[in-house]
Structures are given as structure tokens and as C-alpha cells.
Design a binder for this molecule. Structure first.
Ligand SMILES: [Fe+2]
Ligand SMILES: [Fe+2]
Length: 271
């Protein structure tokens, strides 16, 4: 179990007047992706079949991700009583399929798998921090505060495991950079777009481009420069580079400009 449960959330403080309607569709989509965490934990246990200590950590991690999904789903149902999480999750599972039964990492090595996991936790910790800061509704703020703290802890536990793996496998900085870039690029793939579709468009055919744009437009609008700076510092650390030097400043500035450019294009397209 995680450090908190759904009973720790002050649901009675939910204030419908303070719900930002643009945040509801992305909270629903996030609830589906998070709730899929148990399947990924199963995959990690297969990859680390000879490491019972890490398997235990991975199972606990998976339970925490599922709880994130439950908390977001409950909030989304308060914000939109028509939201049927079970039906949406069934649509998501039916339409977005990954082979979680494989004992081989798609990243080519255990170290690569841990770099990819670090990238995901960097992304989620910054995303929920940005969502908390953007949200005016007090219950969503509290959920995001707790989730963001969990995601940061998840980053640390995968980073620790990465260190252990590197001692045996010796994946160099270039190899780690390659995995990190490919995982960042995957954030544009089907998972989030399909989750957005499954959560918000039960009566429409899936249009990946439209869903990806609709999700990204709402998500990118949440970020501020300090979120990006933190992301880049954590990313550089996972790759094995100095997190707070000149490289970090340049990479943060470039990433921020790229995000602004994309956000502006998506906003213009939606106008
Ligand atoms: Fe999570
Ligand atoms: Fe996480």
C-alpha cells in the first residue's frame, strides 16, 4: 500500500464552482493510464525475475499507480457525474494493447528499462505539480499534491535500481540518452491519445490526431518554466550528466521554447 489512501482525500471539500472544465477531460484520461499501472508492474516483475526485492518494490509501485487512477476517477465523477470509469477503462484496455507478458524490456536492457521508467516518473511528477498549480478546485489540488509526491519518490526508486543495473550492464551515457529520447518521443504515441478518446468520446470513432492534439493542448497549457527546468535536471541526472550546469540551462530553454511553440500551434488550431 502507498503512504495514503482514498480516505485521506477531503472529498467533502469538493467545490463544483471551482472546477476548470478544461481539466476534467485530461483528469479522466490520466485516470485510465494510471489505473493500468498493475499491468506494467507485472511486466517489471518478469523482467527482474531473479530479483525478489525489486519485484516487491515494483508491485508496491503498481498499487500506488492504480490508486492514482482511482483518486482521479473519483474526482472526475464528482466533476462530471456522467463519467463511467469502468466502461471507459474497458474501452481503453480493449483499444490500447501492450504485451505486458514479455520478460524482455523493449529498451534492450534492464538499465534501459529503468531509464525509461525514470523518464515516465519525471513526466508524471512535473505534470501533477503543474496540474496542482493550475487547478482552483481544492480536492483536485490535494489529489495532485499527493500524486506528485508519489511520482517523485517513484523516480528515486527507479533511479536507485538504475544505479544497481548499471553496475552490471554498463549502459553508457549515449545509450541512456537514446532510450530517454525514444521514451520522451513515445509520449506522443497512442497511450495518452487513446486514453483521451476512451475517457471522453464513447460515441465517436478514434481519431488519433484529434485526440492527441486535444490532450496535448490542455496539458501543455499547464506548464511553466520552473516545471521544465526541474524535468531537464532530473533527466540529465538519469542519463549520467551534470543536472545543474550550463547544459541544463540550454536544454531547459530549448525545451521550454519547443513546448511554447507546440502549445501556441495547438491553441491556434483549436480556435
Ligand atoms: Fe502515477
Ligand atoms: Fe509513478
Amino acid at each position: 500500500m502507498g503512504a495514503w489512501t482514498l480516505d485521506d482525500i477531503p472529498w467533502h471539500r469538493f467545490d463544483p464552482a471551482r472546477v476548470d472544465r478544461d481539466l476534467v477531460p485530461i483528469a479522466k484520461a490520466a485516470s485510465l493510464v494510471e489505473h493500468n499501472g498493475a499491468s506494467y508492474a507485472h511486466h517489471l516483475c518478469l523482467i527482474f525475475a531473479d530479483d525478489p526485492e525489486f519485484q516487491e518494490t515494483a508491485r508496491r509501485w503498481g498499487e500506488e499507480e492504480v490508486q492514482h487512477g482511482r483518486a482521479l476517477a473519483r474526482w472526475a465523477a464528482l466533476a462530471d457525474p456522467d463519467f463511467d470509469f469502468d466502461a471507459a477503462f474497458a474501452r481503453f484496455r480493449a483499444g490500447f494493447q501492450v504485451n505486458f507478458d514479455s520478460d524482455r524490456s523493449r529498451r534492450g536492457s534492464r538499465s534501459g528499462e529503468m531509464v525509461a521508467r525514470c523518464v515516465v516518473e519525471i513526466g508524471t511528477s512535473s505534470y501533477y505539480s503543474a496540474l496542482r498549480e493550475a487547478a482552483a478546485e481544492p480536492v483536485l489540488q490535494e489529489i495532485c499534491r499527493r500524486i506528485a509526491a508519489d511520482e517523485l519518490r517513484h523516480y528515486r526508486l527507479f533511479y536507485k535500481q538504475l544505479d544497481r543495473c548499471l553496475a552490471r550492464e554498463g549502459l553508457g551515457r549515449i545509450g541512456r540518452l537514446r532510450v530517454a529520447i525514444s521514451r520522451v518521443a513515445e509520449s506522443e504515441d497512442d497511450e495518452l491519445a487513446y486514453a483521451y478518446h476512451a475517457a471522453n468520446q464513447p460515441d465517436r470513432p478514434y481519431d488519433r490526431r484529434q485526440c492527441s492534439g486535444a490532450y496535448a493542448r490542455r496539458a501543455l497549457a499547464l506548464y511553466r518554466p520552473h516545471h521544465v527546468e526541474r524535468c531537464i535536471a532530473m533527466l540529465l541526472k538519469a542519463i549520467g550528466l551534470t543536472p545543474n550546469g550550463r547544459l541544463g540551462l540550454i536544454a531547459s530553454s530549448l525545451a521550454w521554447q519547443a513546448m511554447r511553440y507546440r502549445a501556441a500551434r495547438l491553441a491556434k488550431a483549436a480556435a
